[in-house]
Design a protein around this ligand. Sequence first.
Ligand code: MG
Ligand code: ZN
Length: 223
Amino acid sequence: MKIIKPKGPEIFDIELEKDLLAKNRVLAKGNRRKLDQSKIIAIDIMGSIGSGKTSLIKALLRKLNMGEAIGVIAGDLTTTIDAERIEEEGARVIQVNTGKECHLDANLIHRAINGMKLDGVKILLIENVGNLICPGEFPLGAHKRVVVTSVTEGPYMIVKHPYIFREADVIVLNKIDLAKAMKVNPSQLEKDARKINPRAPFIKANALKGTGISKVIEALGLE
Ligand code: MG
Ligand code: ZN
């Protein structure tokens, strides 16, 4: 089989990209400083479309039961569907629409945290745009990063996206109740994850039912 792979110098705009990522890192540090000054723990929640990022956030809000002491930044291309779903749980929500941008970046988060009332907020949950590729490259200044994946995405989701799983502090395998129906072996997915990222706890969950959510809270140090 013929395989075409990129060679370093052949990638277009590599200098531009380096510059962009460096600028993002500086802004991310600024965000972290502001969050630390305000004594807020921020969590960046990444994962593909339909993996259950919003459902996980809703489950965390229900379990933590802290009302407006939790703020949520909902990232999405154009809609406010997720922000509305999250608002039902009584959290303080701000919607960030990225337009065509397929990830959140530190500048958008900078604008969001400056446009949000942060007094009394202790935890900030950030729902990244649904995508398993570039969000990993753009740290936002959050203290921890979660990658949510689900058994409905098939058996190869983790091995095919090593970069983002390497970035994770916690990996959540969602919709665990559907594993059999999807003919996906959760233990194999766990092995794949361990190989790529041995340090991140791997938690099997069913966000809709609340299964595994206490473990996620513990792994994120939110108790
Ligand atoms: Mg969502
Ligand atoms: Zn992107």
